[in-house]
Design a protein around this ligand. Structure first.
Ligand SMILES: *[C@@H]1O[C@H](CO)[C@@H](O)[C@H](O)[C@H]1NC(C)=O
Ligand SMILES: *[C@@H]1O[C@H](CO)[C@@H](O)[C@H](O)[C@H]1NC(C)=O
Ligand SMILES: *[C@@H]1O[C@H](CO)[C@@H](O)[C@H](O)[C@H]1NC(C)=O
Ligand SMILES: *[C@@H]1O[C@H](CO)[C@@H](O)[C@H](O)[C@H]1NC(C)=O
Ligand SMILES: *[C@@H]1O[C@H](CO)[C@@H](O)[C@H](O)[C@H]1NC(C)=O
Ligand SMILES: *[C@@H]1O[C@H](CO)[C@@H](O)[C@H](O)[C@H]1NC(C)=O
Length: 402
C-alpha cells in the first residue's frame, strides 16, 4: 500500500513538473490577449520563433531608453530586424508591452502614453506569435492574421517579406541607433525600386543611377503592380526587373536586406558558426556616389578607402556626425568670399576642385559654353555660389548655396 502511495505521489510530481514546463514553454510560444510585460531588463526575451532564429522583447537603446524589437538570436552582436516605435523609445522603468483586453497590442510608456499599437482593437485578436520567418503576427483564435510586422518594416527586409507599393525601408540615423535616418528604399512613382536621400535641404534619388535611363540601368517602368521579394535562397526579384543574388546564394542562410545608416543597401548572410554577418551583395561599391554621404559642403574622396573632409574654409557642423555636413567658418572670407557682398566689389574668387560633382543644389544647366562664360554666368546670378564645368563634353551646372 505504502509503495503504491509513493508511486502515485511521484507520478503526480512528474505530471505537475511537465505541466509547469509546458506552461513555461507556452509563454514563449505566444503572447495571449490580456497579458502584459514590463520593462524590467533587456535580457529577457518575450517570444522566440520555433526555429530559434528570431526573438523579440525590449531592446536597450540607451541606459534609460528601450524599444520593442525583433532581433536575430543567432548573431553574436545583437542585430535588430524590426522595431515597433523606432523614433519613440520608452523609459526603461515602468513601461510595458501590453496585449490589451480591447485586442490591441500596445507599447505603453512609463507615464501611460501609448507610443505604438497594432490596429487590432475591437477585433477577435487572441494571440501574438513570432514565426520562423521573423514575422510577428497578431491573430484571432482561428489563427487568421490580423496584423503582421512584415507590413511595416524599419530598415530591414527579411526573406519572403514582400516589398510592395507601400513598403518603405528607412535607414537608421547612425550605426546602432533605432531612429529614422535620411535614406529610403521604396518604389518610386515610375514603378522603380529606388534609393532616395531626404536631406534637411535637398532630396534626390541616387539609385538606380539618375544619370541613365531606366533601360540602361536594366530596369523597366512598365509594371505598376510593384512587387519585390528576396527568396530563401538569396535571390531578389522585382517587377521593375531589379534582380540580384547573394554571392553565397543557395546556402539557405539567415539573411537580411538592410538599408544601412550610410545609405547603402546591403544583403547580409549570417555565419551560424561564428555568429558574424557577411555582405553578400550591395547597391554601391563606391560609397562616395551615395548622396549626402558626408553632408553639405563636404568632399568624399577614395584614398583608396572613402574619406570625408570639409571644403577648404568650412568646418563640421557637428563633429562625429557627417550627415550634418560642414558650414562656413566664421572667419573664412580669406578663402571663400562671402557671396552676398562680393559681387559688387569684385572680390569673388573661384577655386578649382578637380573631379568633383556637387549634386543636390543645381540651379541651371547650360551646354555648351566656355569656362569664361561659366564664370560670367555664375557672377551674374545672385544665387550662384559655385559651378561645375565638364571639359571635353563642355557643359556646366550652376550651383547655389555653398
Ligand atoms: C510621457 O512622457 C513622454 C516622454 O517623457 C512625454 O513626451 C509625454 O508627453 C508624457 N505624456 C504624458 C501623458 O505625460
Ligand atoms: C491593419 O493594417 C494592415 C496593414 O495596413 C491591414 O492589412 C489590416 O487589414 C489591418 N487590420 C485591421 C484589423 O484593420
Ligand atoms: C563561417 O566562418 C568560419 C570561420 O571563419 C568559416 O570557416 C566557414 O566557412 C564559414 N561558413 C560559411 C557557411 O561561410
Ligand atoms: C580663424 O580664426 C581662428 C581662431 O579664431 C584662427 O586660428 C584662424 O587662423 C583663423 N583663420 C583664418 C583663415 O583667418
Ligand atoms: C555673408 O555676408 C552677409 C552680409 O554681410 C552676412 O549676413 C552673412 O551671414 C554672411 N554669410 C556667411 C556664410 O558668412
Ligand atoms: C538659366 O540659364 C539661361 C541661359 O543659359 C537663362 O536664360 C535662364 O534665365 C537661367 N535660369 C535661371 C533660373 O537662372
Amino acid at each position: 500500500m505504502a509503495m503504491r502511495g509513493v508511486h502515485i505521489f511521484t507520478a503526480l510530481i512528474s505530471f505537475l513538473l511537465m505541466l509547469t514546463i509546458a506552461v513555461a514553454e507556452d509563454q514563449k510560444k505566444y503572447l495571449a490577449r490580456g497579458s502584459s510585460i514590463s520593462t524590467q531588463d533587456d535580457t529577457k526575451t518575450m517570444l522566440v520563433s520555433p526555429n530559434g532564429d528570431f526573438a523579440c522583447g525590449f531592446y536597450k537603446v540607451a541606459t534609460n531608453a528601450f524599444t520593442f524589437s525583433i532581433w536575430f538570436s543567432r548573431s553574436s552582436e545583437k542585430t535588430v530586424a524590426w522595431t515597433a516605435n523606432r523614433d519613440a523609445p520608452v523609459n526603461s522603468k515602468g513601461s510595458k508591452l501590453t496585449f490589451r483586453k480591447d485586442g490591441g497590442l500596445a507599447l505603453v510608456d512609463y507615464n501611460g502614453t501609448v507610443v505604438w499599437s497594432t490596429n487590432t482593437t475591437a477585433t477577435g485578436a487572441s494571440r501574438a506569435e513570432l514565426q520562423n520567418s521573423g514575422n510577428l503576427i497578431v491573430m484571432d483564435s482561428e489563427g487568421q492574421c490580423l496584423w503582421e510586422s512584415f507590413d511595416s518594416p524599419t530598415d530591414t527586409l527579411l526573406p519572403l517579406q514582400l516589398m510592395t507599393r507601400d513598403t518603405k525601408l528607412v535607414s537608421a540615423s547612425a550605426r546602432g541607433l533605432p531612429y529614422s535616418g535620411l535614406y529610403t528604399f521604396f518604389f518610386d512613382s515610375n514603378n522603380l525600386l529606388s534609393l532616395i536621400y531626404n536631406g534637411p535641404e535637398t532630396s534626390s534619388i541616387y539609385w538606380p543611377n539618375p544619370a541613365f535611363l531606366s533601360w540602361d540601368n536594366g530596369r523597366t517602368t512598365y509594371y505598376s503592380s510593384r512587387h519585390g521579394v528576396l527568396d530563401s535562397d538569396g535571390w531578389f526579384i522585382a517587377t521593375d526587373q531589379l534582380n540580384f543574388e547573394a554571392s553565397d546564394h543557395g546556402q539557405k542562410d539567415v539573411m537580411r536586406l538592410t538599408l544601412d545608416y550610410d545609405g547603402n543597401l546591403r544583403l547580409y548572410s549570417l555565419n551560424m558558426t561564428t555568429g558574424k554577418w557577411s555582405v553578400t551583395w550591395m547597391a554601391f561599391r563606391r560609397v562616395c556616389e551615395i548622396h549626402g554621404v558626408c553632408g553639405k559642403n563636404s568632399l568624399c574622396i577614395y584614398k583608396p578607402d572613402p574619406q570625408f573632409s570639409c571644403l577648404e574654409g568650412f568646418e563640421m557642423v557637428k563633429p562625429g556626425d557627417w550627415s550634418q555636413g560642414c558650414s562656413y567658418k566664421a572667419n573664412a572670407t580669406l578663402i571663400w568670399n562671402n557671396n552676398s557682398n562680393s559681387k559688387s566689389n569684385h572680390r569673388f574668387i573661384f577655386k578649382k576642385i578637380p573631379h568633383t560633382d556637387f549634386y543636390g543644389y543645381d540651379l541651371n544647366y547650360s551646354n555648351p559654353v566656355t569656362l569664361w562664360q561659366c564664370k560670367r554666368m555664375c557672377l551674374d546670378n545672385a544665387d550662384c555660389q559655385a559651378f561645375e564645368y565638364h571639359k571635353g563634353n563642355p557643359k556646366i551646372t550652376i550651383m547655389i548655396s555653398i
